[in-house]
Design a protein around this ligand. Structure first.
Ligand code: 3EB
Length: 360
């Protein structure tokens, strides 16, 4: 096969990771990335078996009601691996791996006490843009952002807003490389101050993805200014098709209609609204010419999507998981993580990777 296949994301309980990794070779699949969502920061031997391995800084709150979980990305084809740092900052190192079609990278930066998150966000995004600008996969498709104290204010400037300003500036200063905003998630981790990290994971591709918005939600990059002096730079979803498969990467999605948060202090209401937003997005994707009919809603939801649920309050798991099971009966590829959501009044955010419903 000339073209590499799509990236598969699976959430694996701690006690199954070794067995799953051991089967990959026989399945001709490469472990391209292993992201630990661990109760303690366990760095065990299995980590080094993946081309990229790191910790998110987020705790799992029960994988299939069990223990901590790993996020394992696998793909077919030939992959090469490397690392890249700017000449003036060898501590800031991107770990990456790439195939013919995909470039996957990660950046995990220690945040010193008293740091300016805006500066770190700006610099990290600049570094990523500079890096992909030197590669042949220059189109950012999907990004994940994890950093501590996301709702904390410094001089009445919330850290999520600081992050948004840094990202926005880096993107707009490099508009020749960043032609479209990628799909994204951005949530708050809980790492103690001694291990406070900004963790960014990204997928870039050879040809541009198709970026989609949700008709029921204001595009984040058009949010009114009171949410952030520079708007959040992400698309609601990214669609990517290669020779033999297509996938829809849905950004972190919350209980927001238009630009307003809904169902304050109501986790059931927020979960149902978030699911409505996800369904609305998939339905909208199907109505677009570039995507049309690739994702039959019920079919593709039956094809083992990956679903990641960020919960502000781990105790909400018991309330949320039956609602998720109603949405995706029989789906076993679910991961629940303890994370702060970027708006103080929101308690849940959900992201998905949906696989196409047509076999090639
Ligand atoms: C929202 O819809 C919820 O800043 O990268 C979701 C996904 C959210 C990505 C980001 C923020 C981001 O506005 C928050």
């Amino acid at each position: 096969m000339l073209e590499s296949n799509a990236i598969d994301i699976q959430y694996v309980p701690h006690n199954q990771i070794q067995a799953i990794l051991a089967q990959l070779e026989e399945q001709n699949r490469v472990p391209v990335l292993l992201l630990g969502h661990a109760q303690q920061s366990v760095v065990s031997a299995e980590f080094t078996q993946a081309l990229i391995y790191l910790q998110s800084g987020l705790d799992s709150v029960g994988h299939n009601k069990g223990a901590s979980c790993y996020e394992l990305w696998t793909a077919e084809g030939v992959w090469k691996q490397g690392s890249w740092s700017p000449e003036d900052d060898l501590d800031s190192c991107i770990s990456f791996c790439s195939s013919d079609e995909y470039l996957i990278g990660s950046l995990s930066i220690q945040l010193p006490s008293g740091h300016s998150l805006q500066q770190y966000s700006h610099r990290s995004y600049e570094q990523i843009i500079d890096f992909i600008g030197h590669q042949d996969k220059t189109h950012l498709l999907r990004m994940w952002n994890y950093f501590p104290d996301i709702n904390v204010e410094n001089n009445s400037f919330e850290r999520y807003q600081q992050f948004c300003v840094g990202r926005h500036n880096a993107f707009s200063e490099n508009a020749q490389t960043i032609i479209q905003y990628p799909a994204a998630s951005a949530v708050g981790s809980y790492s103690s101050s001694s291990s406070a990290k900004l963790v960014i994971v990204f997928i870039a591709t050879k040809k541009a993805g198709v970026f989609l918005e949700n008709p029921n939600q204001t595009s984040a990059y058009h949010y009114p200014q009171h949410y952030s002096p520079k708007s959040p730079s992400f698309a609601r979803a990214a669609f990517y098709q290669n020779l033999n498969s297509s996938q829809l990467y849905i950004s972190g999605t919350a209980s927001i209609v238009g630009h307003q948060s809904q169902f304050h202090n109501d986790i059931v209401g927020q979960t149902r609204q978030t699911i409505k937003n996800l369904e609305g997005l998939i339905e909208h994707a199907n109505s677009q010419n570039e995507v049309r009919n690739v994702f039959d809603l019920s079919d593709s939801l039956a094809r083992r999507p990956a679903i990641k649920v960020y919960l502000r309050n781990p105790a909400d798991l018991a309330i949320v998981s039956p609602i998720i099971e109603e949405f995706l009966p029989d789906c076993d590829n679910i991961c629940y993580l303890h994370a702060d959501i970027c708006r103080q009044e929101l308690d849940i955010e959900i992201e998905m990777l949906v696989n196409n419903s047509k076999d090639s």
